[in-house]
Design a protein around this ligand. Structure first.
Ligand code: ADP
Ligand code: MG
Length: 565
């Protein structure tokens, strides 16, 4: 799995441009506008110098009024084209950001939940927010400057060569290459390093900070505030140091660029003077040529300033491309079979997360409607893993998992999730009303259906005691909902969803015995209509099971005294 090879800058750029798709036409339009705009900007100074050349007796045919008209015209149109260029660039950038966010969420959805178990949530949030923002810079301010610099420089070289002297063009091209390519390459090595380090620290700081806020109660309870604060300070200092390092590198490279531009101006002027002195160039042609070269560094400087943004952009692009390229452990099944759950049959099932340690070995188990099947076993023996395989969150190894005789890999994912649901150790409640929290199980549920599900889960009475009943905001209740109440809402969700097979992964391990009693009673009352698989490491919970399996060291055995009732 350690395939962490960094893509090259060119590869990242190419892949990001491919993501543009049909927007590339807008990009082309922006680039053309930008190029003409830059040439017009140059035109303002150029016509100025032509005016001066005419004044000192140069052989210029244009009348003064035409020269002034052209200079002013260039200025006005420059403004207009600049507006159109910026407009199209940002149109692309923001359109693309929307698409990109959509793709990231899409990728997260298919990677979910298996691949996301190991990923820090902070870094995902960083990716969705900061990384896509950084890519905006790439699409709006990177591609067009490069094209503009190439076209504008080439035009200036040809103009100066034909009107003035090819020697001046030669000096100009040498400095274009130095400023636009050599300096950025020298700078980019260091910048890339510091950019990657900066992003790493930034995302690690974010993740740690977010984690601390989430766990603030436990930090206070353990009186660990000082230690935690010291660590936040330390990480903040490291981040600051990385930021300084990066800014320092950026400043150094822009200083080098400024120096080069000054040298370029001096050299061009010197060569111009030498040519005039040697009688090879008329003075007015020298003035126009030198002014054209002076005015032409803007686009090249814009390119040389890119590495500062680009290193960040590449690091962001790399991460986003990584995520988009990541293969989910299971592919969504869409052209398989739909089922209507009747029974489950697991035979000779093997599973390993990493290909080395066998978590489950030769598991055989079956479940029918109308019974509660219990699974017990020490913590870490693979109970939750088995349930995740039943839901196809992970891809099973050898062996079979069959619903009504159809292999789980051949059942449409959406049908599988309609038929099978899981209530786990903790139920996550969204910051919304109780009703909306229930509704995620069935978006179009009627109020009656919601209340009926809550009655079955023995949580209706409790909800009615809340200030606004079903409309009570969970956020307002904060931590005032007990784990038991939350679990009962989780159970109500499962009932509302109407799945025929309900998997329960230690649903009562965090709740008090009163709530455990309520939950187990609710399950027992439902057992005739449903198939229930109840996982627990507590023997007491198993009292309601009709049959019990025990997992030990990855091997499963049905308990002989299992048939109760
Ligand atoms: N996403 C995962 N990647 C790798 N190993 C895992 C993952 N999830 C669980 N495990 C390992 O698989 C074993 C079984 O875990 P689990 O099924 O959660 O046990 P149980 O639910 O019985 O307590 C444990 O050793 C656990 O560390
Ligand atoms: Mg577990």
């Amino acid at each position: 799995m350690n395939k962490k090879i960094r893509r090259s800058g060119a590869k990242i750029m190419a892949s990001l441009i491919v993501l543009l798709g049909s927007l590339s036409w807008v990009m082309l339009f922006a680039v053309i506008n930008g190029t003409i705009g830059q040439l017009l900007a140059l035109g303002v100074t150029l016509f100025g110098s032509i005016g001066v050349a005419k004044a000192i007796g140069g052989d210029i045919l244009m009348p003064y009024w035409a020269i002034i008209f052209c200079a002013v015209g260039c200025g006005v149109f420059r403004g207009l084209l600049r507006y159109i260029e910026q407009y199209s660039n940002h149109y692309i950038a923001f359109k693309l950001l929307a698409t990109l966010r959509d793709k990231i969420f899409g990728a997260l959805r298919v990677l979910c939940p298996a691949k996301l178990e190991g990923k820090q949530k902070g870094s995902i949030i960083a990716m969705i927010t900061a990384d896509t923002e950084t890519l905006e810079v790439f699409y709006a301010h990177t591609i067009s400057p490069i094209f503009i610099a190439i076209v504008v420089s080439a035009s200036v070289l040809v103009f100066v060569g034909t009107f003035s002297s090819w020697y001046l063009s030669l000096v100009a091209i040498a400095f274009y290459l130095l400023i636009g390519i050599v300096v950025p390459i020298i700078a980019s090595g260091k910048l890339k390093e510091s950019g990657v380090e900066y992003r790493k620290e930034f995302s690690s700081f974010n993740a740690y900070f977010l984690d601390s806020i989430k766990g603030v109660k436990d930090i206070v309870l353990n009186n660990a505030g000082e230690v935690r604060k010291a660590e936040v300070d330390r990480r903040s200092d490291v981040l600051l140091a990385e930021t300084k390092k990066m800014k320092h590198e950026i400043t150094k490279s822009s200083a080098l660029t400024e120096l080069m531009v000054s040298c370029a101006i001096l050299c061009t002027l010197a060569v111009g003077i030498v040519l005039v002195g040697a009688g090879k160039l008329e003075i007015y042609r020298m003035i126009v040529g030198v002014v054209a070269v002076f005015g032409s560094f803007g686009p090249v400087i814009a390119v040389s300033a890119l590495p500062g943004n680009l290193t960040n952009t590449f690091a962001s692009g790399d991460r986003v491309l990584d995520l988009l390229a990541e293969k989910p452990v299971v592919q969504e099944v869409i052209s398989g079979k739909d089922i209507e759950y009747k029974n489950l049959d697991v035979s000779n099932l093997f599973f390993s997360y990493d290909g080395n340690v066998q978590v489950l070995k030769d598991i055989c188990l079956n479940a029918e409607k109308g019974e509660i099947v219990g699974i017990v076993g020490e913590s870490g023996c693979g109970k939750s893993t088995l349930l995740k395989l039943l839901l196809r969150f992970w891809k099973k190894g050898d062996g079979k998992i069959e619903y009504n005789g159809t292999d789980v890999d051949e059942i449409n994912t959406s049908s599988l999730l309609d038929n099978v649901t899981m209530v786990s150790q903790t139920t996550y409640l969204f910051d919304d009303t109780i009703e909306e929290n229930l509704r995620i199980a069935k978006a179009d549920a009627t109020t009656d259906e919601i209340e009926a599900a809550c009655r079955l889960a023995s949580v209706h009475e409790f909800i009615m005691t809340l200030p606004d009943g079903y409309q009570t905001k969970v956020g307002v209740m904060g931590d005032n909902l007990s784990a038991g109440e939350k679990q009962r809402i989780g159970l109500a969700r499962a009932f509302l969803k109407g799945s025929e097979l309900i998997l329960l992964d230690e649903p009562t391990s965090n709740v008090d015995s009163i709530n455990e009693g309520i939950i187990l009673k609710a399950l027992k009352e439902q057992k005739n209509k449903k198939s229930i698989i109840l996982v627990s490491h507590r023997e007491s919970t198993m009292a309601i099971a009709d049959r019990t399996y025990r997992i030990d060291g990855g091997v499963i055995k049905e308990e002989q005294d299992g048939r109760k009732n």
